[in-house]
Design a protein around this ligand. Structure first.
Ligand SMILES: [Zn+2]
Length: 498
């Protein structure tokens, strides 16, 4: 028995003007064939696939196709899309014949002129595979489309946000494939697309006070039923100005369309009914920083959610930094920024040197602006580390040459590449204990909570401009379907599954 595995991973943000290119994928780490199986054996969904497959009594041969990952950023260029599709198609053709295909997808990747990359990719896979089972995993922020549902045998979604079940979702996907191949399960999918987009900030599936907590429990209870193969919902990546934007519920049963339809309809109705519980609670920036300064008992985490690098924002917004610089801090105030130019200038000035420079506000000029700073170059380092927790299990990350600039206790952690500018491992790589800081700026809307919720004295989501704003419906979208909540207030919505 031969099982092919592969990955295409990126969350696109169409407000970010920086295009995602072939170079973005190569920089993050393209892997092919046996190298993929070897290097990803304990990492994320691919690791979940590999470890599950290795535990099957049938001992299938695991055939690596290709891993194509890029850090969240702006839309993929058309040339890059063509390259991705060709890489994917050729590697799958080489792998054939196989008995089953497991694909780890994000589900919210958008290219210029191709708003549904995963749908096109799954259609291509279906053309190659014929009736061979295809099971795909998706992020909870996937924009699930009819094409994706139609061309896969089953879609398996993360249950958690922060995403702490990435590896386990891979295992669930592999288990589902085994039920098809060994037990003869016949997947039948019910799919509801809702005219709503839920903000991420309060969608914490681990917080009993969040609406997402109960929905997660409900989906997991469904999956414990023997006839249900998978149950998931996707509240969607909001910063996609595309025609098919919307939240989704997917329930896959073993040949029980009635059960799939009923369960899908019930979860979708509950998601719709509770939609207003997702509306974010934002603290005005000046108020948040003043409150952080008053806090003396421990770490304050400020979520700069609008510039979240995990949401595909550019990561060089200066609004929060400018406010932090107005105060003296008793312990370090840690502010990450993506700024290859200033890293280079810092390297020239050398460790201990003084640097007078313009910082930030260049990767996106609509929602941010540069500020002038004078600071000491405290440290030069290579930001290479491995993250586990939100988004990852044992995921190697390389943010390139990096520098720490210091002015008073405000420490600017500058990297050459965008990445997880919230992860404790990142702050540690820069030489800091994030939990001992006065303030830490997390460029993340919700995922950061996995690491900080239990250890921070106070957490605030600040209101500042950016490419990934929490109040996105106040921004200019031109291509989304209307009516769509919260852009449009609607009371009624009817599920389509019967
Ligand atoms: Zn996500």
């Amino acid at each position: 028995m031969r099982i092919a595995i592969g990955q295409l991973w990126q969350e696109t943000n169409t407000f970010n003007p920086l295009p995602t290119t072939r170079e973005s994928f190569n920089q993050f780490g393209v892997l092919r064939g046996g190298q993929l199986v070897e290097q990803m054996a304990d990492t994320n969904e691919l690791g979940g696939f590999i470890q599950s497959l290795r535990a099957w009594p049938e001992r299938p041969e695991i055939v690596g196709t290709v891993r194509l990952p890029a850090w969240p950023s702006g839309a993929v260029t058309v040339d890059t899309f063509d390259w991705l599709l060709a890489e994917f198609v050729e590697s799958l053709q080489r792998a054939m014949p196989v008995d089953g295909i497991l694909l780890a997808l994000h589900g919210a990747m958008v290219a210029d002129r191709h708003p549904d990359i995963e749908g096109e990719l799954l259609a291509a896979a279906r053309r190659i595979a014929g009736r061979t089972p295809i099971v795909a995993t998706l992020d909870l922020h996937a924009n699930i489309t009819r094409a994706m549902v139609d061309h896969a045998d089953a879609l398996v979604l993360f249950h958690t946000a922060p995403h702490i079940d990435v590896f386990e979702t891979g295992q669930r996907g592999a288990r589902l494939l085994r039920r098809m191949l060994i037990d003869g399960a016949k997947p039948t999918t019910a799919f509801e697309k809702l005219p709503m987009v839920a903000p991420a900030e309060r969608a914490n599936t681990q917080d009993p006070a969040s609406v997402s907590y109960g929905l997660r429990e409900r989906l997991q209870a469904l999956e414990r039923q023997s006839e249900v193969l998978a149950a998931g919902l996707a509240t969607v990546q909001p910063w996609l100005d595309i025609p098919e934007l919307g939240s989704s519920v997917v329930v896959v049963t073993d040949n029980r369309p009635d059960l799939a339809g009923t369960a899908c309809r019930q979860v979708a109705t509950e998601l719709w009914r509770r939609r207003r519980d997702y509306l974010p609670e934002l603290t005005p920036l000046a108020e948040a920083v003043a409150a952080a300064r008053r806090e003396t008992s421990g770490l304050v985490v400020l979520s700069d959610s609008a510039d979240s690098t995990t949401s595909g924002a550019p990561g060089d917004s200066t609004w929060v930094l400018a406010e932090l610089l107005k105060y003296d801090w008793p312990r370090p105030a840690l502010v990450p920024l993506v700024s290859p130019q200033v890293v280079e200038a810092a390297a020239k000035a050398g460790m201990g040197g003084m640097l007078k420079t313009s910082l930030g506000g260049v990767r996106d000029r609509r929602f941010s602006r540069p500020i002038d700073i004078e600071a000491t170059v405290e440290r030069l380092f290579d930001a290479r580390f491995t993250i586990s927790g939100h988004l990852a299990r044992n995921l190697a990350v390389d943010l390139g040459r990096s520098a720490v600039l210091r002015r008073g206790n405000v420490c600017m952690l500058l990297t050459s590449q965008s990445g997880p500018h919230f992860a404790p491992e990142f702050f540690q790589a820069a030489g800091f204990d994030p939990f001992a800081a006065s303030v830490l700026v997390a460029k993340s809307p919700c995922g950061f909570r996995a690491a900080y919720q239990s250890r921070a004295a106070k957490i605030m989501v600040v209101q500042a401009p950016g490419c990934a704003p929490a109040d996105f419906w106040k921004y200019d979208y031109r291509n989304i379907p209307r009516p769509l909540w919260p852009w449009d207030e609607m009371e009624r919505w009817q599920p389509s599954t019967g």
